[in-house]
Design a protein around this ligand. Sequence first.
Ligand code: IDP
Ligand code: MG
Length: 162
Amino acid sequence: RAAPRSIVASAVEQSYIMIKPDGVQRGLVGEIISRFEKKGFILKGLKLFQCPKDLAQEHYKDLKEKPFFPKLIDYITSGPVVCMAWEGDGVVASARKLIGATNPLQAEPGTIRGDLAVQTGRNVVHGSDSPDNGKREIGYQCLPQLRVLVLLLASFQVAAAS
Ligand code: IDP
Ligand code: MG
């Protein structure tokens, strides 16, 4: 079953795994989380989140020239997503294997997309493609808190000045 905690406790590699709106709407949240848990990775953070358009565009900025980009942004912002940080040695590459190919029709049986999806534009889950992108994508989830902090500091300054 799950790897003992001591084996992965020192690992710092993290992947941003996001259950997309179709995965949430189809009731696949438990199934998808379960696959990462059974593999033995460690869940470090989780939230249900309605992704704003600007953040979706930032998250997928590498694809902004693609013809499907506007539809991709509409899809990702069409309902709540489940944002997660999963941790463990080699989690980024391993999660990509668990998730399977981008086109679910080409994804191997046994992978999440291979078992649970049929369309590239409705492929139920996202996984970071490099450890650096894992950090970048998990970092976006701190932006709302940072914005609140900046507003609070600004209001203190206004109060102090008046
Ligand atoms: P990935 O999710 O397997 O890393 P990417 O190439 O990074 O695949 O594309 C990001 C997401 O954009 C895909 O998961 C899929 O939802 C969407 N996408 C990619 N290619 C197409 C396409 O040809 N048509 C429609 N949507 C696409
Ligand atoms: Mg990608």
